[in-house]
Design a protein around this ligand. Sequence first.
Ligand SMILES: *[C@@H]1O[C@H](CO)[C@@H](O)[C@H](O)[C@H]1NC(C)=O
Ligand SMILES: *[C@@H]1O[C@H](CO)[C@@H](O)[C@H](O)[C@H]1NC(C)=O
Length: 474
Amino acid sequence: MNRFIVISASIAIFLSILFFHLLNSNYWLKWRASLVPSTKLEVDLIVKNGVIFTSDPSFPVADSMAIRDGRILRVGSYSSLQDLSGYGTKELNLEGKIVVPGFIDSHVHLIFAGLQMVRVQLQGVNQKDEVVRTVKEAALKAKRGSWILGGGWNNDLWGGELPVASWIDDVTSDNPVWLTRMDGHMGLANSVALKLAGVTNLSKDPNGGTIMRTSDGEPTGLLIDAAMELILARIPEVSVDERREAMLRASSFALTRGVTAVVDFGRYFPGAPVERSWKDFSDVFQWADSSGKMIIRVCLFFPMETWSRLYDVIHKAGHALSNWIYLGGVKAFVDGSLGSNSALFHEPYFDDPHNSGLQVMESESLFNMTMASDKSGLQVAIHAIGDRANDLILDMYESVASTNGKRDRRFRIEHAQHLAPGTADRFGKQGIIASVQITCSVMLMLRSESLGWIGLKRDHIFSSHFYQAMHCWR
Ligand SMILES: *[C@@H]1O[C@H](CO)[C@@H](O)[C@H](O)[C@H]1NC(C)=O
Ligand SMILES: *[C@@H]1O[C@H](CO)[C@@H](O)[C@H](O)[C@H]1NC(C)=O
């Protein structure tokens, strides 16, 4: 842990210095040129006394590196860089700190994350009382009638009991409230919000979603997967400025952790309008790029329903729109999440014996869209958590690949969280990328520890899981 903090801190320091020089390099170059005309290649900065990880197996560690125009020109020993040093060259002594290449986070939702950073934050809250207190504080500051938004809660931290509207109704009688669970597949509405959205004991569950109810059939306030749209449709869309600030805020945060590139899956999830992703693309990413505000590189994925639109853009402009924006591919969902009991399993949930999860997109249209996207050369990423969801996608990928023929397609399964015995091997055989997120494994650990296991034998999960290979379990 300490080592990680040291690494993060070193990278943050290093990056801020690197970016300072990036901004100022033109100034220095012009200034030097006017004073000392010279044909010698001089660098802006020499970083020395570091432990610089090069990613080159023949030369894994260097102590110094030379930087010009924000790019690393050479790594090596301090003395081997002396011919690059000139009048305007600055030096930075790292005093033994570690430098690694920027981290790439392969699955983020930048705008969501940036919005959440300034909303009601329930991450890590481990008591019901604290949920109520945090929401109450937000309600005291909120304008009468305005939406109180936030989330990040995880019921497993307070023993598993799912929150209900009545927890917060007394402290939020003047405001509609919507608080999403940390996995984003479930949210809690208060009674004001349910009323605004017209969710009553007579409302039907939408396709791919569940309205949680009491034994009398009254909605409890919890809405799962596609049912979340009943509330989300009522929440005023965030303004362009809010979305822009959110993206920049999340990007700055990423840099403080040494993350310099991300794969962004946007604000798309089952039930959400696909148009949002495209608006974010033009309003936020293209805006930031054209006004010089991008500070991390992004690879963008778009809803699979809109594959032909993405194909058209790539066909005209290519994948790399600039140094900062790369058009990645398309994304779809096949199931929900474990925490919301909506991940699709072969067996029912232990605490919910009539439920084995939700398939949020019907197989035939998923297959048709995957075929079409792949045929047009787009990379396909599909969210799958439960073992049945993973089997379903692996079968589908196999069939699409054999129909469309051999190519470097790099199908991805996002999360690939629970696999039936033997399934892990299929990833290797079929050349599928298991896009695994460690934060999900932390959620899983909390859930399986606090509830005993749900529906599947513990051994089965631990033995078949990729995380085990990553030495994440203790
Ligand atoms: C639904 O709620 C209304 C009002 O509370 C009640 O009169 C009605 O009996 C309920 N219907 C069902 C099917 O539970
Ligand atoms: C899938 O494609 C087939 C063949 O083109 C077509 O007949 C079928 O209607 C499509 N199904 C859906 C759900 O789009």
